[in-house]
Design a protein around this ligand. Structure first.
Ligand code: X2W
Length: 287
Protein backbone atom coordinates (compact mmCIF):
# COMPACT_ATOMS: atom_id res chain seq x y z
CA UNK A 1 0.00 0.00 0.00
CA UNK A 2 1.17 3.55 -0.79
CA UNK A 3 0.13 6.79 0.87
CA UNK A 4 0.66 10.34 -0.34
CA UNK A 5 1.79 13.43 1.56
CA UNK A 6 1.10 16.53 -0.52
CA UNK A 7 4.18 18.66 -0.68
CA UNK A 8 4.11 22.35 -1.63
CA UNK A 9 6.65 21.80 -4.42
CA UNK A 10 4.36 19.47 -6.33
CA UNK A 11 1.55 22.04 -6.20
CA UNK A 12 3.93 24.68 -7.54
CA UNK A 13 4.94 22.39 -10.41
CA UNK A 14 1.31 21.71 -11.32
CA UNK A 15 0.41 25.42 -11.12
CA UNK A 16 3.43 26.40 -13.24
CA UNK A 17 2.34 23.95 -15.92
CA UNK A 18 -1.23 25.20 -15.77
CA UNK A 19 -0.12 28.83 -16.08
CA UNK A 20 1.96 27.95 -19.14
CA UNK A 21 -1.13 26.79 -21.09
CA UNK A 22 -1.96 30.15 -22.78
CA UNK A 23 1.66 30.49 -23.89
CA UNK A 24 1.74 26.94 -25.22
CA UNK A 25 -1.43 27.72 -27.16
CA UNK A 26 0.01 30.99 -28.48
CA UNK A 27 3.17 29.33 -29.77
CA UNK A 28 1.63 26.07 -30.99
CA UNK A 29 2.95 25.47 -34.52
CA UNK A 30 5.27 28.49 -34.31
CA UNK A 31 8.78 28.43 -35.76
CA UNK A 32 11.30 29.58 -33.15
CA UNK A 33 14.93 29.97 -34.22
CA UNK A 34 17.32 29.75 -31.28
CA UNK A 35 20.88 31.05 -31.66
CA UNK A 36 23.04 29.21 -29.13
CA UNK A 37 26.27 31.18 -28.82
CA UNK A 38 29.57 29.66 -27.74
CA UNK A 39 29.57 31.91 -24.68
CA UNK A 40 26.16 30.58 -23.62
CA UNK A 41 27.18 26.90 -23.91
CA UNK A 42 28.95 26.39 -20.58
CA UNK A 43 29.52 22.90 -19.16
CA UNK A 44 27.86 19.55 -19.88
CA UNK A 45 25.04 20.23 -17.38
CA UNK A 46 24.22 23.58 -19.01
CA UNK A 47 24.24 21.90 -22.43
CA UNK A 48 21.86 19.19 -21.17
CA UNK A 49 19.54 21.82 -19.73
CA UNK A 50 19.49 23.78 -23.00
CA UNK A 51 18.75 20.56 -24.91
CA UNK A 52 15.93 19.71 -22.50
CA UNK A 53 14.30 23.11 -23.09
CA UNK A 54 14.53 22.61 -26.86
CA UNK A 55 12.99 19.14 -26.62
CA UNK A 56 10.22 20.49 -24.39
CA UNK A 57 9.48 23.21 -26.96
CA UNK A 58 9.12 20.53 -29.64
CA UNK A 59 6.97 18.41 -27.30
CA UNK A 60 4.41 21.21 -26.88
CA UNK A 61 4.11 21.81 -30.63
CA UNK A 62 6.71 24.50 -31.31
CA UNK A 63 9.14 23.99 -34.21
CA UNK A 64 12.55 24.90 -32.78
CA UNK A 65 15.51 25.43 -35.13
CA UNK A 66 18.92 25.67 -33.45
CA UNK A 67 21.69 27.76 -35.02
CA UNK A 68 24.88 27.60 -33.00
CA UNK A 69 28.13 29.51 -32.66
CA UNK A 70 31.31 28.25 -31.09
CA UNK A 71 33.77 31.17 -31.16
CA UNK A 72 35.53 30.12 -27.90
CA UNK A 73 35.90 26.52 -29.16
CA UNK A 74 37.42 27.78 -32.44
CA UNK A 75 39.85 29.95 -30.44
CA UNK A 76 40.91 26.94 -28.37
CA UNK A 77 41.66 24.82 -31.46
CA UNK A 78 43.46 27.65 -33.28
CA UNK A 79 45.61 28.10 -30.13
CA UNK A 80 46.48 24.38 -30.07
CA UNK A 81 47.50 24.55 -33.72
CA UNK A 82 49.48 27.76 -33.21
CA UNK A 83 47.33 29.75 -35.67
CA UNK A 84 46.89 33.40 -34.70
CA UNK A 85 43.45 34.93 -35.01
CA UNK A 86 41.99 38.43 -34.75
CA UNK A 87 38.55 40.02 -34.88
CA UNK A 88 37.62 43.12 -36.87
CA UNK A 89 34.24 44.72 -36.12
CA UNK A 90 33.09 41.56 -34.32
CA UNK A 91 34.08 39.15 -37.11
CA UNK A 92 37.04 36.78 -37.27
CA UNK A 93 39.57 37.54 -39.99
CA UNK A 94 39.52 34.16 -41.76
CA UNK A 95 42.33 32.95 -44.02
CA UNK A 96 42.38 29.52 -45.72
CA UNK A 97 43.97 27.70 -42.75
CA UNK A 98 41.51 29.33 -40.35
CA UNK A 99 38.40 28.50 -42.38
CA UNK A 100 39.42 24.83 -42.38
CA UNK A 101 39.65 24.85 -38.57
CA UNK A 102 36.34 26.77 -38.29
CA UNK A 103 34.58 24.18 -40.45
CA UNK A 104 36.06 21.24 -38.50
CA UNK A 105 35.24 22.70 -35.09
CA UNK A 106 31.75 24.01 -35.87
CA UNK A 107 30.36 21.25 -38.11
CA UNK A 108 32.22 18.52 -36.21
CA UNK A 109 32.82 19.03 -32.51
CA UNK A 110 30.23 21.66 -31.62
CA UNK A 111 27.41 20.61 -33.95
CA UNK A 112 27.54 16.94 -32.96
CA UNK A 113 27.75 17.80 -29.26
CA UNK A 114 24.46 19.70 -29.50
CA UNK A 115 22.78 17.03 -31.66
CA UNK A 116 23.80 14.37 -29.12
CA UNK A 117 22.57 16.47 -26.17
CA UNK A 118 19.12 16.84 -27.80
CA UNK A 119 18.93 13.09 -28.50
CA UNK A 120 19.99 12.35 -24.90
CA UNK A 121 16.87 14.26 -23.77
CA UNK A 122 14.66 12.15 -26.02
CA UNK A 123 14.40 14.49 -29.02
CA UNK A 124 15.26 13.81 -32.65
CA UNK A 125 17.93 16.10 -34.05
CA UNK A 126 19.85 16.29 -37.31
CA UNK A 127 22.99 18.41 -37.67
CA UNK A 128 23.76 20.30 -40.85
CA UNK A 129 25.68 23.32 -42.02
CA UNK A 130 24.84 26.02 -44.53
CA UNK A 131 26.49 23.75 -47.13
CA UNK A 132 23.84 21.01 -46.83
CA UNK A 133 21.20 21.18 -49.53
CA UNK A 134 22.56 24.69 -50.34
CA UNK A 135 20.81 25.97 -47.22
CA UNK A 136 22.89 29.15 -47.09
CA UNK A 137 24.92 30.51 -50.00
CA UNK A 138 27.31 33.39 -49.27
CA UNK A 139 29.50 35.99 -50.88
CA UNK A 140 32.55 37.65 -49.28
CA UNK A 141 31.39 40.05 -46.59
CA UNK A 142 34.42 42.34 -46.78
CA UNK A 143 37.69 41.75 -48.67
CA UNK A 144 39.68 42.62 -45.49
CA UNK A 145 38.11 39.68 -43.63
CA UNK A 146 39.04 36.86 -46.03
CA UNK A 147 36.63 33.91 -46.01
CA UNK A 148 33.91 35.59 -43.96
CA UNK A 149 30.54 35.13 -45.63
CA UNK A 150 27.45 37.27 -45.99
CA UNK A 151 24.35 35.19 -46.84
CA UNK A 152 22.93 36.09 -50.25
CA UNK A 153 20.68 33.10 -50.99
CA UNK A 154 18.73 30.90 -48.59
CA UNK A 155 17.12 27.54 -49.41
CA UNK A 156 15.19 26.60 -46.27
CA UNK A 157 13.05 23.79 -47.71
CA UNK A 158 15.32 21.22 -46.03
CA UNK A 159 14.46 22.80 -42.66
CA UNK A 160 10.73 22.64 -43.39
CA UNK A 161 11.11 18.98 -44.40
CA UNK A 162 12.94 18.16 -41.16
CA UNK A 163 10.45 20.11 -39.02
CA UNK A 164 7.46 18.42 -40.58
CA UNK A 165 9.05 15.05 -39.78
CA UNK A 166 9.38 16.09 -36.13
CA UNK A 167 13.16 16.53 -36.38
CA UNK A 168 15.00 19.47 -34.80
CA UNK A 169 17.54 20.99 -37.23
CA UNK A 170 20.87 22.01 -35.64
CA UNK A 171 22.82 24.31 -37.96
CA UNK A 172 26.53 25.23 -37.99
CA UNK A 173 27.21 28.68 -39.50
CA UNK A 174 29.48 27.53 -42.32
CA UNK A 175 28.43 28.02 -45.95
CA UNK A 176 29.37 27.61 -49.59
CA UNK A 177 29.71 30.42 -52.11
CA UNK A 178 28.35 30.77 -55.64
CA UNK A 179 31.43 28.72 -56.54
CA UNK A 180 30.81 25.50 -54.59
CA UNK A 181 34.51 24.93 -53.85
CA UNK A 182 34.42 27.98 -51.57
CA UNK A 183 33.87 27.69 -47.82
CA UNK A 184 32.74 30.69 -45.80
CA UNK A 185 32.84 31.32 -42.06
CA UNK A 186 29.62 33.10 -41.10
CA UNK A 187 29.08 34.94 -37.83
CA UNK A 188 26.59 32.86 -35.82
CA UNK A 189 24.21 35.75 -35.17
CA UNK A 190 24.23 36.67 -38.88
CA UNK A 191 23.44 33.07 -39.87
CA UNK A 192 20.62 32.81 -37.31
CA UNK A 193 19.11 36.10 -38.53
CA UNK A 194 19.24 34.99 -42.17
CA UNK A 195 17.69 31.59 -41.37
CA UNK A 196 14.97 33.11 -39.17
CA UNK A 197 14.23 35.66 -41.90
CA UNK A 198 14.00 33.05 -44.65
CA UNK A 199 11.66 30.96 -42.46
CA UNK A 200 9.59 34.06 -41.50
CA UNK A 201 10.04 32.78 -37.95
CA UNK A 202 7.69 33.82 -35.16
CA UNK A 203 10.64 34.36 -32.83
CA UNK A 204 14.40 34.56 -33.01
CA UNK A 205 16.00 34.01 -29.59
CA UNK A 206 19.63 35.15 -29.44
CA UNK A 207 21.15 33.37 -26.43
CA UNK A 208 24.29 35.11 -25.26
CA UNK A 209 25.99 35.83 -21.94
CA UNK A 210 24.56 39.29 -21.30
CA UNK A 211 21.05 39.91 -19.95
CA UNK A 212 19.89 42.04 -22.89
CA UNK A 213 19.96 45.63 -24.19
CA UNK A 214 20.73 48.10 -21.38
CA UNK A 215 19.54 51.71 -21.12
CA UNK A 216 21.71 54.67 -20.04
CA UNK A 217 21.45 53.71 -16.36
CA UNK A 218 22.42 50.07 -16.96
CA UNK A 219 18.87 48.67 -16.62
CA UNK A 220 17.81 45.94 -19.07
CA UNK A 221 15.09 47.23 -21.44
CA UNK A 222 12.43 44.50 -21.69
CA UNK A 223 10.71 45.69 -24.89
CA UNK A 224 11.74 48.09 -27.62
CA UNK A 225 10.91 49.00 -31.20
CA UNK A 226 13.37 49.11 -34.14
CA UNK A 227 13.19 52.95 -34.06
CA UNK A 228 14.12 52.97 -30.38
CA UNK A 229 17.04 50.64 -31.10
CA UNK A 230 18.29 52.96 -33.90
CA UNK A 231 18.05 55.98 -31.59
CA UNK A 232 20.03 54.12 -28.90
CA UNK A 233 22.77 53.30 -31.43
CA UNK A 234 22.87 56.94 -32.58
CA UNK A 235 23.17 58.34 -29.06
CA UNK A 236 25.79 55.76 -28.04
CA UNK A 237 23.64 53.90 -25.44
CA UNK A 238 24.04 50.73 -27.50
CA UNK A 239 27.77 50.27 -28.16
CA UNK A 240 30.54 47.75 -28.84
CA UNK A 241 29.63 44.11 -29.38
CA UNK A 242 25.93 44.85 -28.87
CA UNK A 243 25.82 46.85 -32.15
CA UNK A 244 26.27 43.91 -34.58
CA UNK A 245 23.81 41.91 -32.45
CA UNK A 246 21.01 44.48 -32.63
CA UNK A 247 21.76 45.12 -36.31
CA UNK A 248 21.17 41.40 -36.89
CA UNK A 249 17.87 41.77 -35.02
CA UNK A 250 16.76 44.74 -37.14
CA UNK A 251 17.71 42.91 -40.32
CA UNK A 252 15.76 39.81 -39.24
CA UNK A 253 12.68 41.95 -38.48
CA UNK A 254 12.99 43.57 -41.94
CA UNK A 255 12.98 40.11 -43.47
CA UNK A 256 9.71 39.22 -41.76
CA UNK A 257 10.61 37.72 -38.35
CA UNK A 258 7.83 38.71 -35.91
CA UNK A 259 10.01 39.38 -32.87
CA UNK A 260 13.61 39.00 -31.75
CA UNK A 261 14.79 38.52 -28.17
CA UNK A 262 18.34 39.03 -26.88
CA UNK A 263 18.69 37.06 -23.65
CA UNK A 264 21.19 35.52 -21.26
CA UNK A 265 21.53 31.86 -22.19
CA UNK A 266 23.53 31.11 -19.04
CA UNK A 267 20.39 31.69 -16.93
CA UNK A 268 18.71 28.32 -16.22
CA UNK A 269 15.80 27.57 -18.56
CA UNK A 270 16.26 30.86 -20.42
CA UNK A 271 14.14 29.77 -23.43
CA UNK A 272 11.26 28.54 -21.27
CA UNK A 273 11.33 31.68 -19.15
CA UNK A 274 11.01 33.76 -22.30
CA UNK A 275 8.35 31.74 -24.10
CA UNK A 276 6.17 30.35 -21.32
CA UNK A 277 6.03 32.98 -18.57
CA UNK A 278 4.52 36.41 -18.12
CA UNK A 279 7.93 37.53 -16.83
CA UNK A 280 9.79 36.84 -20.08
CA UNK A 281 13.56 37.22 -20.31
CA UNK A 282 15.99 39.63 -21.94
CA UNK A 283 15.02 42.34 -24.44
CA UNK A 284 12.24 41.83 -27.00
CA UNK A 285 12.56 43.89 -30.18
CA UNK A 286 9.54 44.11 -32.45
CA UNK A 287 7.75 46.70 -34.53
C1 X2W B 1 32.46 33.15 -36.04
C2 X2W B 1 31.63 31.88 -36.10
C3 X2W B 1 31.30 31.31 -34.76
C4 X2W B 1 30.41 32.22 -33.93
C5 X2W B 1 33.89 32.84 -35.54
O1 X2W B 1 34.77 32.53 -36.35
O2 X2W B 1 34.08 32.87 -34.31
C6 X2W B 1 32.91 34.94 -37.61
O3 X2W B 1 33.32 35.71 -36.75
P1 X2W B 1 29.75 32.62 -31.36
O4 X2W B 1 30.02 31.68 -30.25
O5 X2W B 1 28.31 32.77 -31.65
O6 X2W B 1 30.44 33.93 -31.22
N1 X2W B 1 32.49 33.72 -37.34
C7 X2W B 1 32.86 35.38 -39.04
O7 X2W B 1 29.76 33.15 -34.37
O8 X2W B 1 30.42 31.88 -32.61
Amino acid sequence: MKTRTMNQDFHTTARTLSEALPYMQRYSGAVVVVKFGGNAMGDADAMAEFARDIVLMRQVGINPVVVHGGGPMINEMLDKLGIKSEFVRGKRVTDQATVEVVEMVLTGLVNKRIVQAIMDEGGRAVGLSGKDDDLMVCEADDPDLGWVGRPIEMNVQVLRDLMSAGIIPVIAPVATGMDPVETYNVNGDTAAGAIAGALRADRLLLLTNVPGVKDGSGQVVTALTPDEVRAMIDDGTIAGGMIPKVETCLDALDRGVRGVVILDGTVPNACLLELFTEHGAGSLIRA
